[in-house]
Design a protein around this ligand. Sequence first.
Ligand SMILES: NC(=O)c1ccc[n+]([C@@H]2O[C@H](COP(=O)([O-])OP(=O)(O)OC[C@H]3O[C@@H](n4cnc5c(N)ncnc54)[C@H](OP(=O)(O)O)[C@@H]3O)[C@@H](O)[C@H]2O)c1
Length: 347
Amino acid sequence: MLDHALELPLATDGVDPERIPYRTLPTGARMPAIGLGTFGSDHYDADTIAQGVLTAAEVGYRYFDCAAVYGNESHIGASLEAIQRAGVARDEMFITSKLWNDSHGDEEVLPACRRSLDDLRLDALDMYLVHWPFPNHHPPGCDVDARNPRARPYVHAEYMRTWRQMERLVEMGLVRHIGTSNMTIPKLELLLRDAEIRPACNQMELHPHMQQPELFAFLLQQGIVPVGYSPVGSPNRPARDVTPADTVDTEDPVIRAIAERLGVHPAVVCIKWAEQRGQVPIPFSVKRNQQLASLKAVVAEPLNPADMEALAGIDRNCRLIKGQVFLWEGASGWEDLWDIDGAVAEG
Ligand SMILES: NC(=O)c1ccc[n+]([C@@H]2O[C@H](COP(=O)([O-])OP(=O)(O)OC[C@H]3O[C@@H](n4cnc5c(N)ncnc54)[C@H](OP(=O)(O)O)[C@@H]3O)[C@@H](O)[C@H]2O)c1
């Protein structure tokens, strides 16, 4: 727990959650247009992240992006309970979790969801995502060259078995919305053809150097909310996930010039651009000043049209989270995970 009394429901310097823009989901529910990421990578332990959830709530965050595989849901659960005890109603919060790759199929989805609910100390999730479209998993922190011999390419019939169980969670009242993550247009087309409950959002990598314009436009056209992970360009991802070709958003001269003019950190420009473009950024930070700066960005004056145009022009199609560890034997490279040529990659 924090070493001071919680400043809840809102710290004096916080941003009133009522002022935060939101997206309306097909059920009519409101999803805040910014959330706090909770994946600490190799740098932050579960206690530090759970503390970060508390400070984020104090400055006005109400949306928390969690996942079983982040290994910290039980710690975050204690924070969510403390936040509610201190006066924030459950229905003022929006909590996402994700089904890990080892729990796809007919039998595993319900117990995995129940474990996340128990850990997070919740009766229901606002959003539950299929974290990756493959049942391929690996030991935490393994090298990018590691391959699981049981890993296989996307098999739509298998994905649909998992999706049916996700739909069942909605019917059971354990989950209010379901969604996807790390999907591509060809995979989503198959899912939209066969789903009884459509995905309410798709979580995907989105930052100025990775704008994914086709997938982004497809989602908007389908009424699916694009949620952008690594919105700052994940400057602290583990070294094993960094390749020499990767670019750094926060060092981009266009972003730096806008940041200097506005007197903010380049990360704040990335967040502002994201929200203004129409995606929901979920920046990670355990630092109160950064959390507050990102939140203030979404309620600040819009970037001017010239800024937005300049930012649209710096897309580098630079995917930072390549997903190599999910590859199967015989795959030609990480590009196979992303259906670059417009068709679902087969084994
Ligand atoms: N669905 C998926 O497969 C998937 C994949 C990746 C991530 N995610 C989600 O997306 C979240 C965010 O992604 P990410 O952690 O990869 O990258 P990110 O949010 O782009 O980068 C996080 C880092 O940016 C810095 N930062 C954040 N806000 C800042 C601010 N206002 N000013 C200055 N620096 C700031 C912090 O650095 P310092 O710590 O050095 O201060 C922080 O550690 C994750 O936590 C997770 O919830 C989902």
